[in-house]
Ligand binder design. Structure first.
Ligand SMILES: Cc1cc2nc3c(=O)[nH]c(=O)nc-3n(C[C@H](O)[C@H](O)[C@H](O)COP(=O)(O)OP(=O)(O)OC[C@H]3O[C@@H](n4cnc5c(N)ncnc54)[C@H](O)[C@@H]3O)c2cc1C
Length: 455
C-alpha cells in the first residue's frame, strides 16, 4: 500500500487520544504512514478529564499536557461537535477509513435498583458531576436545599461528590468552575454529608490519595465510627495482598480513633450499611433506610436484619458509570460494554470487519486515566495485525478531503484542533481576568463561537 493507513477514532477522551498515540508510535507510522481523524461529540476534547474529573483535582494537568502533545501531531485531525451516528455513521466511516476505533467512554449512571430511586432529591452522581463540571447538555441549576445528604457508594466518584457537596463555594472558586456552578454551590445548604458502603473498610474502592485529600479542607470534618472498623480473614488477606486497600484501611482506622474537631461541615464515612430504600413523602426524599451488614469470613457481607433510617433530604447514587449503546455495534447490557476480543469488536462471537474499541466502552467504567493507555496499546496492536495480514478492506474514499466534504454537505458545524486552541485561549482569558487559570464556557453555542477563527 502506498497511501497511509486511514483510521477514524470516535471519542476524543484519553482512550481515543492514547490510541492515536499508539498508532503514531507503531512501525506502520514510518511505513506506509498513518493518518488519523478523531471525531468528538463535544466541541472540546478530553472526555471525562473535562466533564468528570473534579474541578479541585488540578494534579491531572500533566496528563492533559501529554495528551495535547499527541493532538498536536500533524498526522491527526480533530473534528469536534461531531456525533456518531447522527453526524457520521458506520457506513460512512467505512467508506473513508481502513479502520474505526470507538472510544466513546461512559457518561451515564448505572441504575440502583432500590425503592425510591426515582424520588425528587434522588440524583445520579454522573448528573451532578456533569453539572458541576459545566457540561453543556445538562441543566444550568442544581437543587442544593438539603442540609443532610447521603452519598451511596465507596469509590472515588462518591468521594468527589461528597467533597464537592461538603466544601464551600469559595473554596472552589479558584478552580475552573463556571459562574452558574459557583452561584449554585454558594446556595448549598448541606451541613452533613453521609457516605454509605455496604461492605467494610478493607473493601472500599477509594484511592488512598483521594481519601486523604478529604481531610485537607479547613471546612470538612471527616468522621468514621469506630464500630465500622472490622475485618475478617478475607479482609485481612485483601489488606496483605493489596497495598492500596491496606493504605485506605489504615487511614480510616486513624480517623476512627481521633477526636472529632469543629470544622463546620461534617462528612461521615459509614461502612456495613447497605441502602435498601430511599424514603419519600409527597414524591420527595425524606430519608434513607439501610440494613446493617456483617462480614461472613470471606470479605463478603450478609444482612443482619437490623434496619436504620437516616434523616437526609437528598441522596446521590454513586454506584458506577454506564456506557451508552452505539448504534450498529453489539452491546452487552449487563456490563454496559461492547463485546470484543483484545479490542476487536465481536458480533455474534465473530470479529466485525475493521471495527475496534478501547477505553471504558471496552473495559467498563473502572480505572484511572492512565489505565486507558494499556487498553489502547492492545487494541492498536490488533488493528495493525489485521492491517498487515490484509484483513482490512480498502475504503472507497480514503482521501482526507472526502471527510470534510461529507461533513460540510451535511451542514455539520464541526470544530478543529485550531478551534479547540481558540476556545482554550478564550477560557484562559476569562480566568485570567479574575486571577484564575481558566473559567469554563458552558453553552455549546458559546463554545462553538469561541472556536471560530477571529476569536
Ligand atoms: C467523576 C469521575 C472522576 C474521575 N476522576 C479521575 C481522576 O481524578 N483521575 C483519574 O486518573 N481518573 C479519573 N476518572 C477516570 C477517568 O475519567 C477515565 O479513566 C477516563 O476518562 C476514561 O477514558 P475514555 O476515553 O474511555 O472515556 P471518556 O473520558 O468518557 O471519553 C469518551 C469521549 O467520547 C466522546 N463520545 C461519546 N459518545 C460519542 C459519540 N456518540 N460520538 C462522538 N463522540 C462521543 C465523549 O464526549 C468523550 O469525549 C474519573 C472518572 C469519573 C467518572
Amino acid at each position: 500500500m502506498t497511501r497511509p493507513v486511514r483510521v477514524a477514532i470516535v471519542g476524543a477522551g484519553p482512550a481515543g487520544i492514547y490510541a492515536a498515540d499508539a498508532l503514531l508510535k507503531s512501525d506502520a507510522a514510518a511505513d506506509p504512514g498513518v493518518s488519523i481523524d478523531l471525531f468528538e461529540r463535544m466541541p472540546a476534547p478530553f472526555g471525562l478529564i473535562r466533564y468528570g474529573v473534579a474541578p479541585d483535582h488540578p494534579r491531572i494537568k500533566g496528563i492533559v499536557q501529554a495528551l495535547h502533545q499527541v493532538l498536536d501531531k500533524p498526522q491527526i485531525r480533530l473534528f469536534g461537535n461531531v456525533d456518531y451516528p447522527n453526524d457520521i455513521g458506520l457506513d460512512e466511516l467505512r467508506t473513508f477509513y481502513d479502520a474505526v476505533i470507538f472510544s466513546t467512554g461512559a457518561d451515564a449512571d448505572r441504575a440502583l435498583d432500590i425503592p425510591g430511586s426515582g424520588l425528587d432529591g434522588s440524583h445520579g452522581a454522573a448528573e451532578f458531576v456533569s453539572w458541576y463540571d459545566g457540561h453543556p447538555d445538562v441543566a444550568r441549576t442544581w437543587p442544593l436545599e438539603a442540609e443532610k445528604v447521603a452519598v451511596l457508594g465507596v469509590g472515588n466518584v462518591a468521594l468527589d461528590v461528597a467533597r464537592i457537596l461538603a466544601k464551600t463555594a469559595d473554596e472552589l472558586l479558584p478552580t475552573e468552575i463556571p459562574a452558574n456552578v459557583y452561584d449554585g454551590l454558594k446556595a448549598n445548604k448541606a451541613l452533613e454529608v453521609h457516605v454509605f458502603g455496604r461492605r467494610g473498610p478493607a473493601q472500599a474502592k477509594f484511592s488512598p490519595m483521594e481519601l486523604r485529600e478529604l481531610d485537607h479542607s479547613p471546612n470538612i470534618e471527616v468522621i468514621v465510627n469506630p464500630e465500622d472498623i472490622d475485618y475478617d480473614a478475607g479482609s485481612i488477606e485483601t489488606r496483605r495482598g493489596n497495598k492500596q486497600a491496606n493504605m485506605v484501611a489504615s487511614t480510616l482506622e486513624n480517623w476512627a480513633i481521633r477526636d472529632v474537631g469543629d470544622r463546620p461541615h461534617k462528612l461521615f464515612l459509614h461502612f456495613f450499611e447497605s441502602p435498601v430504600e430511599i424514603l419519600g413523602e409527597d414524591g420527595s426524599v425524606v430519608g434513607l433506610r439501610t440494613e446493617r451488614t456483617e462480614l461472613d469470613g470471606t470479605g463478603n457481607v450478609k444482612g443482619t436484619g437490623q434496619f436504620k433510617d437516616w434523616d437526609v433530604q437528598s441522596v446521590y447514587r454513586a454506584v458506577g458509570y454506564y456506557s451508552q449503546e452505539l448504534p450498529k455495534l453489539p452491546f452487552d447490557v449487563a456490563s454496559g460494554t461492547v463485546p470484543h476480543a483484545a479490542g476487536r469488536v465481536l458480533a455474534g462471537g465473530e470479529p466485525m470487519e475493521s471495527v475496534y474499541v478501547t477505553g471504558w466502552i471496552k473495559r467498563g467504567p473502572i480505572g484511572l486515566i492512565g489505565h486507558t493507555k494499556g487498553d489502547a496499546n492492545e487494541t492498536v496492536a490488533c488493528l495493525l495485525e489485521d492491517h498487515t495480514t490484509g484483513r482490512l478492506p480498502a475504503p472507497a474514499q480514503p482521501e482526507p478531503a472526502a471527510v470534510t466534504e461529507f461533513l460540510e454537505s451535511r451542514g455539520v458545524r464541526y470544530t478543529t484542533r485550531e478551534g479547540w486552541y481558540r476556545l482554550d485561549a478564550h477560557e484562559r482569558a476569562l480566568g485570567g481576568a479574575q486571577g484564575r487559570e481558566r473559567v469554563k464556557v458552558v453553552e455549546r453555542d458559546a463554545m462553538l463561537d469561541a472556536s471560530e477563527p477571529g476569536n
